[in-house]
Design a protein around this ligand. Structure first.
Ligand SMILES: [Zn+2]
Length: 231
C-alpha cells in the first residue's frame, strides 16, 4: 500500500470509530496504540497514556479525525495521526525525535522548577507567566516548556550539521516500545552539552504551545508535514 493510500485508510478507520475515548483492553485501543507507536516521538507521546480519544472535526466541507491521548492523573496530549502514518519515513523527523528524547530530563527539570515556583507562591497566586501570550499560568493549569530564542529545530539542525550525512555517529536505533534513540553515547553527550549550554527555555500554556506548533514554529513535525493538522 502506498503511503497516500495508507493515510486515506487510517483516516477512514479513525472517522469510523470517532466520538469516543478508548481504554486499554479494547480492540480499538490496541489498534490505536499500534498506530501511535509509529509516531516519530512515540515514546514521549505514550508516556502515562491511559486512553486514546478519537475526535471528529467538521470544518465546512472538510471532515477529519484528531487523536487526543488521555494521561494518568488527568490532562491530554495531542498526537498527529498523520505523523504516525508518515513519521517513520522521514530520517530527519526520526533524528529530531531522538534528539528531543536525549534532552528530555533537561526540559523536565525546567518544568519542575517552574511548577514548584508556582506552587510555592506565598499567597497562592501564580507569578509564572506564559512566554507566548504573557498571561499568568495558574496553578492547576498544565505547564508546558518551549524553546525561546533559538527554536529547538534550529538548534538540532546546527548540531546535525557537525556530521556528514549517514555518519555512524548518527546511527538511530528503533525501540521496541516505539520511538528512536541515538545509538552512540558520545553523540548523545555532545548534544546534551550543546542543548544544556545553548537552549533557552520558557514556560507556556498548553494551548499557546499547541498554537505555536500549529503555525509551524519550532516543531519538526510541522516542518516535515506542512499540510498536517497539528501534531
Ligand atoms: Zn499563553
Amino acid at each position: 500500500m502506498s503511503q497516500a493510500a495508507l493515510g486515506r485508510e487510517v483516516k477512514r478507520r479513525l472517522l469510523l470509530i470517532a466520538g469516543r475515548t478508548y481504554l486499554n483492553g479494547s480492540i480499538e485501543f490496541s489498534w490505536l496504540l499500534d498506530l501511535v507507536q509509529q509516531h516519530p516521538e512515540a515514546r514521549e507521546k505514550l508516556q502515562d497514556v491511559v486512553g486514546i480519544e478519537v475526535v471528529r472535526r467538521d470544518r465546512g466541507a472538510l471532515v477529519y479525525p484528531e487523536l487526543w491521548l488521555h494521561l494518568d492523573g488527568g490532562g491530554v496530549r495531542d498526537c498527529s495521526w498523520r505523523a504516525c502514518v508518515h513519521g517513520p519515513s522521514s530520517r530527519e523527523a526520526r533524528l529530531f525525535a531522538a534528539l528531543r528524547w536525549a534532552v528530555r530530563d533537561q526540559i523536565e527539570s525546567a518544568r519542575r522548577e517552574w511548577a514548584a515556583w508556582r506552587r510555592d507562591a506565598y499567597d497562592g497566586r501564580s507569578t509564572v507567566t506564559c512566554g507566548v501570550c504573557g498571561d499568568v499560568i495558574d496553578a492547576g493549569e498544565p505547564l508546558h516548556v518551549d524553546h525561546s530564542g533559538l527554536p529547538f529545530v534550529m538548534l538540532a539542525r546546527r548540531f546535525l550539521a557537525r556530521y556528514d550525512d549517514g555518519s555512524p555517529a548518527l546511527t538511530l536505533q528503533a525501540l521496541p516500545i516505539g520511538g528512536y534513540e541515538l545509538a552512540d553515547p558520545q553523540t548523545v553527550s555532545a548534544w546534551r552539552a550543546l542543548h544544556d549550554s545553548t537552549a533557552r527555555l520558557m514556560p507556556t500554556h498548553a494551548l499557546c504551545n499547541l498554537r505555536k506548533g500549529a503555525r509551524g514554529q519550532g516543531h519538526a513535525r510541522d516542518e516535515a508535514h506542512p499540510t498536517g493538522a497539528g501534531r
